[in-house]
Design a protein around this ligand. Sequence first.
Ligand SMILES: [Zn+2]
Length: 119
Amino acid sequence: MSAITERRPAAPRMRLPRCACCNKPYGSRWLTEETAKSPDAPPVYQGNGYVVKEYSYFSGWRPGQTTPGRPPGHYVVQWTIWDGESIRTPYRPFCTLRCACAFADAAHEAGFRVKGGAP
Ligand SMILES: [Zn+2]
């Protein structure tokens, strides 16, 4: 059985922050990559995170094949992992730079200025 067909618990749904301009929920999962190799069978993920994506392949000569002067190959599995809570919000408290600029324009139109700044 391949490691990719195993059942895993589903990642929890997150309560996302809402944009200060358009009030839509924003943010994406903070994902990390992990890789494991094994000569015998495809490695199974052992960590605490949620596997979002899995990619596996066999690198090199298969067991039993003739290996002229080269060591036998190995299984490689690459996982994309989410820890279940970290969210990427690069423009907090806005969803996008477009929203940040729209908010700044609206504030300027309404007469708001930086304290002590240019009139
Ligand atoms: Zn927005």
